[in-house]
Design a protein around this ligand. Structure first.
Ligand SMILES: Cc1cc2nc3c(=O)[nH]c(=O)nc-3n(C[C@H](O)[C@H](O)[C@H](O)COP(=O)(O)OP(=O)(O)OC[C@H]3O[C@@H](n4cnc5c(N)ncnc54)[C@H](O)[C@@H]3O)c2cc1C
Length: 399
């Protein structure tokens, strides 16, 4: 591509941008250009843990996670079975006050047709024998949850999109993006592309990109961490993903008997181009202490590597998907608050249906109604960053 007129420009080739390109191409949308100054997987997608769970806080999120999961299962089945496994997800607490909330969570999830139940401690110990569960007062379990390799899933979308004719422009810095006449136009290196419609799918970079064209949205990039460890006696069984609610530490299985653990989320805004990319000492120490007290079976695991990535928060912890208010032909799919892998496929499918819906757009708009950027009006103001596996239903009551 040197000078191309397209039907849509997608800015960002993380899992959201690649999934959107795939879904639009599948609907024969027209000519699609995906641009990324780096490569697919260079952003949060290439650094994510890949837990996919329906233990979420809102029926929209549950539905979208389920749609994503079904799609990931199908893509993996056809192209790379190692990229997706159903392993279930268990969470527990020693906090007496959290127990009724956990029980209410199960009730609520069931109403939303999530296969979730209260888990007794014997079953928990059988499923995850590396843990110590004395003092645990409540546990919950969703057997249909899964793990994916996020970068691989992004690649699978990109590969399928390429096969259907999507043009990827990668690796050149963006020199210009803006409105020219009735088109959006971008220039990167020697390439220029223009289209009536543009979609910002730039993860943590979306904030700056949207502001640069005069249409800021309330977004806040923040840093979060993960690590891969090798237990001294690796066990090759596929175990469930687990989350100690009190310590806010999660663990999922990795290949070759290794384990992947997080969280280490920092509740402060960072510049996605200037953040420490290595895991910091405090995070690694917190993991070591958590393993010592809660996962004695993994206490002597050797650290293979620890890293950080940048996610992006919104004031109500819900994504921003759909038309950018006041900007003709500009759309966003961003603001996943640290849960973008598990929702990207379903969210991108919904946005693609809306973009290609023509006369039935009102119907398709309803499918993204609760996450439309238009719910925020006026110039964005700073807000607290509060991602995490919340137990409460609906938008956070603190907002
Ligand atoms: C440590 C860690 C653990 C995580 N664990 C999980 C998990 O278990 N489950 C889960 O669901 N989520 C998890 N996440 C969150 C998940 O990674 C993100 O929500 C998801 O990857 C976001 O995808 P994205 O495509 O929106 O953004 P990204 O993957 O960040 O992609 C954005 C892309 O935009 C590009 N870009 C930058 N500037 C521009 C520009 N000017 N123009 C065009 N493109 C640009 C970047 O190069 C990048 O490739 C985790 C994240 C981290 C860091």
């Amino acid at each position: 591509m040197v000078d191309e007129r397209a039907d849509v420009l997608i800015l960002g080739a993380g899992i959201a941008g690649c999934a959107l390109a795939f879904h639009l191409a599948r609907r024969s949308f027209g000519s699609i250009v995906v641009y990324d100054p780096q490569t697919p997987g260079a952003g949060a997608t290439g650094r994510a843990a890949g837990i996919v769970t329906e233990q979420l806080w809102d029926p929209w999120d549950v539905e979208v996670a389920r749609e994503s999961k079904e799609e990931y299962a199908e893509l993996a089945l056809h192209y790379d079975p190692t990229a997706y496994s159903v392993n279930g997800f268990a969470r527990w607490t020693k906090n007496r006050e959290a127990v009724p909330i956990l029980e209410a969570t199960v009730e609520r999830l069931r109403k939303w047709s999530v296969n979730a139940s209260v888990l007794d401690l014997t079953s928990l110990a059988e499923k995850v024998p590396w843990g110590r569960y004395d003092g645990v007062l409540g546990a919950i379990w969703s057997p249909d949850d899964s793990v994916v390799t996020p970068s691989r899933m992004g690649e699978l979308y990109a590969e399928r999109a390429r096969e259907m004719g999507v043009d990827f422009v990668l690796g050149a810095p963006l020199s210009k993006f803006g409105r020219v006449g009735d088109h959006w136009e971008l220039t990167a290196g020697v390439d220029t592309a223009r289209a009536r419609q543009a979609v910002v799918a730039a993860g943590a970079w979306s904030k700056r990109l949207l502001a640069s064209v005069g249409h800021p949205l309330p977004l806040a990039p923040y840093r979060t961490q993960a690590a891969v460890l090798r237990p001294s006696t690796p066990d090759l069984r596929l175990f469930p993903s687990v989350h100690d609610i009190d310590l806010d530490v999660y663990v999922r299985p990795e290949e070759n008997g290794r384990i992947l653990a997080g969280d280490g989320t920092e509740l402060a805004e960072v510049d996605p181009d200037r953040f420490p990319t290595a895991g910091d000492e405090r995070f690694v120490t917190h993991l070591a202490e958590s393993f010592g007290s809660r996962f004695p079976g993994w206490a002597d695991a050797e650290l293979v590597r620890a890293w950080a990535g940048v996610c992006v928060a919104t004031p109500d912890r819900r994504p921003l998907i759909g038309p950018v208010p006041g900007a003709d032909g500009l759309f966003a799919i961003t603001g996943f608050n640290g849960f973008g892998v598990m929702r990207a496929g379903g969210a991108a499918a919904r946005l693609a249906r809306f973009l290609s819906s023509g006369d039935s757009s009102a119907h398709e708009l309803e499918k993204i109604r609760s996450v439309l950027p238009e719910r925020f009006t006026g110039p964005p103001t700073p807000f607290p960053i509060r991602p995490g596996f919340t137990l409460e239903a609906g938008p956070d009551p603190r907002f």
